[in-house]
Design a protein around this ligand. Sequence first.
Ligand code: ADE
Length: 282
Amino acid sequence: MRVDVVSIFPEYLAPLELSLIGKARQDGLLDLRVHDLRGFTTDKHRTVDDTPYGGGAGMVMKAEPWAQALASVAAAGGGNGAKPVLIVPSPAGERFTQALAHELAEEDQLVFACGRYEGIDERVIEWAAEHFTVRPMSLGDYVLNGGEVAVLAMVEAIGRLLPGVVGNPESLVEESHSDGLLEYPVYTKPSTWRDREVPAVLLSGNHGKIAQWRRHEQYRRTAERRPDLLEAFDAGKLPRADRSALYDLGYDVVEGHLRARPSVAGTNGADTQHDAEADASA
Ligand code: ADE
């Protein structure tokens, strides 16, 4: 995959030389290039910003340096005719998710345009749609000073999904968000640490029981930390033991979807009176 990042702070992207992503670049799995937007200016001061039309605080990034930079990286991509994807990190973008990371990992070329100040002149985004599939994207509902930190996160999330980047592809399967749930807790030696024991089931050698315990821990954690994920979870074909565990956590399966029972909605606690019933039906 080819990735181009355009920024006024190219040094900000230096961490992409480290660890798995750095190795993927060395191994030729990821052709990642960082470009200085100021290299595409023509004036003595290498100006990239100006005051906003209509007034207001801050500065806006000028259109022409961006158009020059983006035209240059689009031409350099030498793709197979498909438009490269232009990702514009912005708190006003669509939410970047694991599903999007998988989708973007299939592309031949990604271009990231790191805005700073109040953002990039909107006409660049309109113009870019002629040459790119443009996707403004947000890491989450908070505001960063610019797109660079978001690019570090997105390139790592996408890059680790490229074939050969993560040594053991199995580790991509059992991780948070891969199946719409949070990951189960993990432990390593020693089995007793500061009077705290590893859950006994993990030492039992019973792989079926371990798998079931882990699954239930995923439900427990997700109910506690991200109930929104459980509401979106496809519960259509869950085994009985899973339904029972979810019942204990306060969830019913209604038409293939999990619904928090009104008595426990928002409390995330099990209704103890119902525990016995659920256990009995397991
Ligand atoms: N730039 C500024 N804030 C951002 C955010 N939350 N996500 C992506 N890019 C951003």
